[in-house]
Design a protein around this ligand. Sequence first.
Ligand code: CO
Length: 166
Amino acid sequence: MFKLITEPNPILHTKTKPVDKIDQSIHEIVLGMRQIMKQANGIGLAAPQVGISQQIAIVEIPLDREDNKSKKNEKPLQLTLINPKITQSSREFKANLEGCLSIPGIEVNVTRPVSVTINYLDLDSMRQTLTASNLLARVIQHEIDHLNGILITDHGKAQPIKDESN
Ligand code: CO
């Protein structure tokens, strides 16, 4: 049903529209996105990457990844972010290599705030606030960039991925 959109494609560079009602169709989009992300072994995906220009993003950090190691609950961290907005960013920035499922084979050294606070709606239309740092904050900012039509290649120079296992 859904297909992963890769570069070059103008939808990846287009600012998305806010979701005005979280109905069945939004639930179906999120389910489709989860499937695509799982197949691609991703830790985040934004709706434009499946051809839908709406403010929907998902994040799933597996247990064995940094930031999710010491968590007491042994479940992978799974978030659905609808109409997310960054309300606060740390003054501390860090650079790290990022890849993107829509730009296979390359990575970019991207400098971002180490932690952010976001405001969003979940799938039950509840408004949520979340403060995240390190890897989670980076993935969230990467996905919110997608919703604004911004890719990692807008942040810096693309370089070939050296370690394919990462
Ligand atoms: Co991406």
